[in-house]
Design a protein around this ligand. Structure first.
Ligand SMILES: [Zn+2]
Length: 211
């Protein structure tokens, strides 16, 4: 997939946009780069839901497809919003939240139940709640891990257990155009240790790790 990028961007010595490609030169949490890009493209102080202008400390970044349902931390999925709206939104997608907000008070609970049933159905069917064209399948052996994360054994076990129980990764692996891992290394390690042949990834065709 193509990640939303502005025309120009530069984080001194870390990342730069050249000819429409986001080039990452040295290690920094990928999410931090995505946060910066999102603010640059979508602003910092107007809530994407209630449209009110708020002071910085009352703002946050919302995952339009919630993280719990597989929503990745990429610009396409991030929206600056106020903490109040973020709290109200809970585990709804942005589309569901907009629908929910328009419902009359006596219909809200009913709508939430409907959404919950839908989410449970997706989980049962081992599906992530994100657009289908965001997900690619890669051979585990084709992925390249540049920075080996320092995870505790406990964290690894939790992640593995989650996968065994649900058939889903808690966090999808995000790779650049050359299959280098940008985020979600723990899921990759789980897949490797479990000897899975393939793994779902979010492949960003306009991002390149130059390390
Ligand atoms: Zn708001």
């Amino acid at each position: 997939m193509i990640v939303d990028l502005p025309e120009k961007f530069s984080m001194e010595g870390v990342a730069v946009i050249e000819n429409g490609i986001l080039k990452i030169m040295r290690y920094i949490a990928f999410s931090d780069i995505m946060y910066e890009l999102t603010y640059q493209m979508k602003g910092r102080n107007i809530c994407g839901y209630c449209k009110k202008e708020k002071e910085k400390k009352k703002m946050t970044l919302d995952h339009m497809y919630p993280q719990d349902l597989g929503g990745p931390t990429i610009t396409n999925n991030l929206l600056p919003c106020c903490k109040k709206c973020n709290r109200l939104k809970g585990n709804l997608t942005s589309k569901e939240f907009r629908k929910y907000s328009k419902k009359k008070q006596d219909k809200k609970a009913q709508y939430l139940k409907k959404v919950q049933r839908h989410q449970e159905k997706l989980k049962r069917n081992r599906k992530y709640h994100i657009p289908i064209d965001w997900i690619d399948e890669r051979k585990v052996s084709d992925l390249i891990l540049i920075w080996i994360p320092n995870y505790s054994d406990n964290r690894y076990k939790k992640e593995k257990k989650y996968y065994e129980e649900t058939g889903l990764f808690k966090k999808l692996v995000i790779v650049d155009r050359n299959n280098k891992i940008l985020s979600g290394a723990l899921s990759y390690i789980v897949a490797k240790k479990m000897k899975l042949k393939t793994i779902p990834v979010i492949s960003l065709e306009n991002v390149e790790l130059t390390v």
